[in-house]
Design a protein around this ligand. Structure first.
Ligand code: CS2
Ligand code: MG
Length: 408
């Protein structure tokens, strides 16, 4: 069996999804997602100019060897651009494998460990009252877990506290008015004065059952994060996400010494070498990698298995930056992983997205139920795809009030 060709598509409803389609001499094809949020053209270029040319003629069933060929063969290893490109190839090869076996991928991993996978929604508010309404809205829809982000008094409202849905289209943080980023201002002191009390009020209002998550977006120093984590303990969070910059694997030491709040980290990681110490030293409770950015199913499964040895559960990144192809890969891993925790899930559900990526994965009462179709169980409609093209866009950047550059 041979790979005969591969095509790339960049574009989509409200997002520049990078979709890879690998064709074989037996008519079976596989789909992968290389959407590196806000830098979409780069994995696409790597795929186009180098990787696809190498794939042609290879046996698509040898996904492990092809992964090793890509990773070891590059000599300069890792990095989000390369790992997103390998991730797309790897997803597509697993998709082909599942279709050849006529089985959904979760069966190839070891079968289901659960019927449905718990997901969390994003509640946002310009102020606390607004946020309470947003949380209530998701609770009414049946969500059992909600991430809560709030505008901070005295600080211009940050993008993470602005509603992500405009009309029918999930827009999220990306600004498509051009390539130059918008500026946001951050002040840790204002945040630290306001947020602990806000989290307590949310807990009081919604009672003990609701799983409350909060994302700090890498903005605190280790000492500030430790103080914050200690202070928010009575709110009994399900997780505190990215309290410190994630690239420093030692930054959570002080937090761990002072608080038992569960910590989630890893949406920006692209390999096991970004999180091996965090996991082995049991500094975190949830690992947030995504199949797209972290080299595909082959590599993420290794991270999940390492995490399982150290009581670390999964909480895969699922911002709208990922296409439904990546989210399908997550759905299969979530169905299987003995150490599944929760899934962020903000992708499917718009009519445009469902038309471009038809699938039987479904969401009900705050849970995702994986499709039983062979492979990833998601398709790609090329006629629909012709409606979209690449649009330049960017994330905001963050500075402190005095102009110092800070962490987005
Ligand atoms: C966020 C991300 O979903 C999350 O937890 O931290 O949405 C992040 O802002 C974007 O994915 C950036 O690309
Ligand atoms: Mg996050």
């Amino acid at each position: 069996m041979k790979i005969t060709d591969a095509k790339l598509f960049v574009g989509g409803p409200a997002k520049n999804y990078v979709t890879l389609k690998i064709m074989t001499d037996q008519g079976v094809y596989g789909l992968g997602d290389a959407t590196l949020n806000n830098r979409e053209t780069l994995p696409a270029k790597y795929l186009q100019d180098y990787l696809i040319l190498n794939l042609i003629g290879m046996d698509p069933r040898r996904s492990e060897d092809i992964w090793q060929f890509l990773y070891r063969g590059a000599y300069f290893r890792r990095g989000p651009i390369a790992m997103a490109a390998y991730g797309a190839i790897d997803m597509a090869l697993w998709d082909i494998k599942g279709k050849l076996a006529n089985m959904p991928l979760y069966q190839l991993f070891g079968g289901k460990s659960r019927d449905g996978a718990l997901v969390y929604a994003h509640a946002t508010g310009a102020d606390l009252e607004d946020l309470m309404d947003s949380i209530a809205h998701y609770v009414e829809q049946g969500y059992k877990a909600v991430r809560v982000q709030c505008g901070i008094p005295g600080m211009p409202t940050a993008s993470y506290a602005v509603p992500e849905t405009k009309g029918d289209v999930k827009n999220y943080i990306t600004d498509y008015s051009g390539i130059r980023p918008k500026l946001e201002i951050w002040d840790s002191e204002k945040y630290l004065r306001f947020m602990p009390e806000a989290l307590m009020r949310i807990r009081e209002r919604f009672g003990p059952e609701l799983k409350i998550l909060h994302d700090v977006h890498h903005r605190l120093t280790p000492r500030e994060a430790a103080a914050f984590a200690k202070e928010v303990e009575p709110a009994r969070l399900f997780w505190l996400e990215d309290p410190t910059p994630a690239d420093d694997q030692d930054a959570l030491r002080m937090l761990r010494q002072h608080s038992t709040v569960p910590v989630a980290i890893g949406e920006v990681f692209n390999s096991i070498w970004d999180c091996n110490k965090l996991i082995e030293r049991e500094m975190i409770d949830f690992i947030r990698v995504a199949v797209t950015y972290a080299g595909g199913i082959t590599h993420v499964k290794r991270i999940v298995d390492l995490a399982g040895l150290h009581h670390v559960r999964t909480g895969f990144h699922g911002a709208p930056s990922h296409s439904p192809i990546c989210m399908a890969a997550h759905a299969h891993l979530n169905a299987w992983a003995p150490n599944f925790g929760i899934q962020e899930y903000l992708v499917l559900g718009t009519p445009e997205c469902d038309a471009l990526f038809p699938s039987e994965h479904r969401m009900e009462n705050g849970m995702v139920f994986v499709s039983d179709a062979p492979g990833l169980g998601v398709d790609f409609d090329e006629t629909e795809a012709a409606r979209y093209e690449y649009r330049p866009g960017s994330h905001p950047v963050v500075r402190l009030e005095d102009g110092t550059m800070w962490n987005y």
